[in-house]
Design a protein around this ligand. Sequence first.
Ligand code: HEC
Length: 196
Amino acid sequence: MLSLRSRITTVVVTVAAVFILLAAGGLAFMYSGAYDVSASSRDNPIVAKLLHGTYEASMHRRAGSDVAPGDLLSLENIRSGARMYDATCAVCHGAPDRPLSPIGQGIQPAAPALLSASRRNKPALMFWTIKHGVNMTAMPSFGKTQSDQAIWQVAAFIYAERGISKDKYDQLVHGRAETGNTSLSLHGPASEADKQ
Ligand code: HEC
């Protein structure tokens, strides 16, 4: 019969051997080139599920400590957010009735269509993702270059304007800053915003 001491030694050696084998197997897999990293094919569904689930859990755990401005859904904020969206986000996330850019078509995982009517786009959650980005995807961290105010504005836009029509989108993006006067600039020559 084995002594307690030699039993413990056997367990420790076995566990260590398993870890060494796993690490060696992992390295062998990595350097073999067997895993296809190309963005031209879809992610393996298991990998995609693991990565997306990790993202969702991380966002839910971290988002919510930033406080939205009281006038979050003001027309001024939504308008500024629309301009930023068009200039910075539409390339990956798309705009109504417009073909997706070559960048948006080429990234893997693809960016979600944030303006589709079926989205929820809760501002506090979206603010966190826009500010911090999503590692290992094409989603950049805009907190590095944009103020919190600008990020809340674009979060307000994607929340308030889910399912937006092409006309309203164009009006918000290119319209004049004053309310009630937006239709004038819809098909007009250059609006105030275009001149900037
Ligand atoms: C270069 C491409 C790219 C650009 C530019 C980009 N995004 Fe993204 N975005 C992505 C990708 C890809 C994802 C999906 C990440 C994932 O699968 O976890 C994403 C995810 C998001 C999400 C999370 C959606 C969700 O369901 O949780 C939000 C919100 C978002 N982006 C907002 C923006 C905003 C606002 C801008 C512009 C200020 C922007 N993105 C610019 C690629 C981009």
